[in-house]
Every structure is written in C-alpha cells, then in structure tokens.
Ligand binder design. Structure first.
Ligand SMILES: Nc1ncnc2c1ncn2[C@@H]1O[C@H](COP(=O)(O)OP(=O)(O)O)[C@@H](O)[C@H]1O
Ligand SMILES: C[C@@](O)(CCOP(=O)(O)O)CC(=O)O
Ligand SMILES: [Mg+2]
Length: 351
C-alpha cells in the first residue's frame, strides 16, 4: 500500500489561566504561539516503518511484519478516537518492553506514534513509511510540545490513510480542512495526549488543532475572537518536569484534602472567568491602567493557588521575585514544577 506524502505543522500554546483546574472541569484560557512542531511523512517501499525524532534523540525502525502481529483488528474506528483502547496500549507496552508507569520521553513518543499508526491502519493494509518530527518548542516545558506532536501525528496519519484530504495543494495558500476534519484530528490527537499525560483535559490539543485564543470548559472549545493585544514575556526556567507526574500529583492532593483543594479549583475558575471579562472590556472601551491592575492581581492570585496545588518550583519563585522587583507580575504556565512562566508586560514597558 502506497500512502500520500504530507508535511504538517501545529503550534504550541501558553495557558493564561486555568492549568490543572481545567483537568477537573474548570475553565482555562489558552492561546497559540508562533512556535511550531513540524512533521514530514513520506511513503517508502522498504517494508519498514521508521520514526525520526531528532529533538529527543529517537530514531526507531520496525519491519512491517513485526507491526502486523500487533494488529488491533479494529474496523471502521477512524471516526471515533474518543477512548483509548486498553488492549492495544497493553500490547504496545509489552512490544516496547515497558514495565513502569512513568516512561522516558523517547518511549512515550514512540508509544503515541505506534498507537495512532496501528489504530488508523491496523484494520487494513499497513503501509511502509517514514515519519520525521522536529520542533521549535522546548520539550517538556509547559508550552504544549506534547499536544503539538500529537496533533501533527493525528493529522498526518489520518491524511496518509485517506480519512481526511491532503491539507494543502500547491496552488493554495491556506489549509482547507473543514470543521469535521479538524474535529477528527483533534479527537485522535487527544488519544495521543492521553498516552503522554495520562489524564489530559484536551485544552492543549484543541489549541494545537484550531490555533488562536480559546476558552476551554469540560471539553467544550469556545474560540475567543475579540481579544486585546497583550504583550507577554515567556521565560523558560529550563528545569525539566513531566506533565503526567504533575497532573497525578494534583489529583492525589485533591483526593487527600478535597474540602481544601476544591475551593482552590473553584477560585481558579473564577479567575479565568474574570480575566475573560476584563479582556472583553479591553476590546470595547479605551484600555485603562485599571484593566492592567486587575490582570496583574489575577496573575498573582493564580500563582499562589498553583503553589497550593503543589506545582510550584523555586525557579518559578525566582522568576516571580525578579520580575516583581521591576513591577511586573508572573505565573507559571502549563503544568509547572519548572518549565516556563509568563510575565505580563504593560504597553510601553522598557525593553
Ligand atoms: N518534538 C518532539 N518530538 C518527539 N516527542 C515529543 C516532541 N515534543 C514533545 N514530545 C513528547 O511529549 C513529551 C513532553 O510532554 P509534556 O510532559 O506534556 O510537556 P509539554 O509541556 O512540552 O507538553 C516528551 O517527553 C515527548 O514524549
Ligand atoms: C496541566 C495542564 O492543564 C496543562 C499541561 O500543559 P503542558 O503539557 O505542561 O504544556 C494539563 C491539561 O490540561 O491536560
Ligand atoms: Mg504536554
């Protein structure tokens, strides 16, 4: 079987408010970044499936005959992509020799690729191909590299399998995927995110699929088309961390102290809603210092809440202190525990 070659890209994201709380059904506000992940898929005729992931030093190649033995025997599953198939995950973990829960980057990315490849091709003829993924995003730093990777994988494999059309003809300038195709991409990207994160909310893959700024609530994606121009400084503490571990840590804390943590999540929800209201006002009336005062206070309160949830880090405290000494307000973005922080810059802030 010969598949169609394709080149796909997806953006990373910054979460303004609502990380972690969004996993528990609260509102999050997120925006796409001009830092992207790229995937090139090429048909091959060597009877092999290869993945090249230079950002995480991963280069793996399998014989098609090996992969055929893992055949999930699914039929017509291309439309779904809602729940992980536990049997297939189990077989893939055995195939890769995985024994523990917290996998390294390379095994995680490989597992996500094989899951998508086998789910979408496993019931029919399996094609020989090479997939190469590279990114402008730092890996594991809170900017949604896992979601951008997942969106690229889902879009490329769906496209190669013929489930959605090729994104860009030579004479076109913008992608032509319809809403239904994007929803299919998003649902399969969500599956790949589940392999990486364990229990993702879906906000990161939604931003990776649709781009722009959006409000996310319990799986519902609400694009925010009227938002003011905000300048945000992004700082990478370069402290490595894993979203999966941090999401699990917050869950444990909620289970241990529900009456203490649930009000914190509710407060984060109110922060996201208040922030959305202020951003909306800023597009309808002249922007005032008071708007910025509120946005800054919301950032400070949320950062305290994230510390209460147990996802802070001394490097992020340093970011908050260093920027506060210059009158600026910062919070972590993404899963925390290191990774990146955002700092709101007022218009005219000195270089
Ligand atoms: N460019 C990439 N190539 C291969 N795998 C990637 C890439 N970017 C991200 N990943 C996968 O995503 C994981 C990081 O996900 P996560 O902990 O959620 O951090 P992030 O905040 O960057 O999304 C990596 O360990 C790797 O498995
Ligand atoms: C912590 C969380 O809210 C965002 C995680 O983002 P990232 O993987 O750190 O980029 C988890 C989620 O929403 O799935
Ligand atoms: Mg992630």
């Amino acid at each position: 079987m010969q598949v169609r070659d394709c080149l796909i890209s997806a953006p990373g994201k910054a979460i303004l408010h609502g990380e972690h709380a969004v996993v528990h059904g609260k509102v999050a506000l997120a925006v796409s970044l001009n830092l992207r992940t790229y995937l090139q898929l090429k048909a091959s005729s060597d009877g092999k499936v290869s993945i090249k992931l230079p950002n995480i030093d991963t280069f793996v190649c399998w014989e098609l005959s090996e992969l055929k033995q893992l055949n999930p025997c699914l039929s017509g599953k291309k439309e779904e992509g809602q729940c992980l198939d536990p049997e297939l995950v189990k077989r893939l973990r055995e195939f890769l020799g995985v024994t523990n829960e917290n996998l390294d980057s390379s095994t995680t990315a490989t597992l996500a690729f094989l899951y998508i490849y086998l789910s979408l091709f496993g019931s029919g003829e399996m094609p020989s191909l090479t997939v190469c993924v590279w990114s402008e995003l730092p890996t594991g730093a809170g900017l949604g590299s896992s979601a951008a990777y997942s969106v690229c994988l889902a879009a490329a494999v769906l496209c190669a399998s013929g489930a959605i059309p090729t994104p860009l003809k030579e004479w076109e300038h913008t992608t032509g995927w319809c809403q239904e195709d994007l929803e299919l991409i998003n649902s399969w990207a969500f599956q790949a995110e589940k392999i990486v994160h364990g229990n993702p909310s879906g906000v990161d893959n939604a931003v990776g699929t649709w781009g722009g700024m959006l409000k996310f609530l319990a799986g519902k994606i609400i694009p925010l088309s009227r938002v003011p121009l905000l300048r945000i400084l992004l700082t990478n503490t370069k402290v490595p961390r894993s979203t999966k571990v941090l999401v699990a840590r917050v869950k444990d804390k909620i289970n241990k102290f529900p009456s203490i943590l649930i009000p914190v999540l509710d407060s984060v929800d109110a922060i996201s809603c208040t922030c959305e209201k202020v951003l909306n006002e800023m597009t309808r009336e002249p922007i005032k210092g008071e708007h910025y005062n509120i946005l800054e206070e919301l950032i400070d309160i949320n950062q305290h809440h994230l510390n209460v949830m147990g996802v802070g880090h001394p490097s992020l405290d340093t970011l908050c202190q260093v920027t506060a000494a210059r009158g600026l307000h910062s919070k972590l973005t993404g899963a925390g525990g290191g990774g990146c922080g955002i700092t709101l810059l007022r218009p005219g802030a000195a270089q």
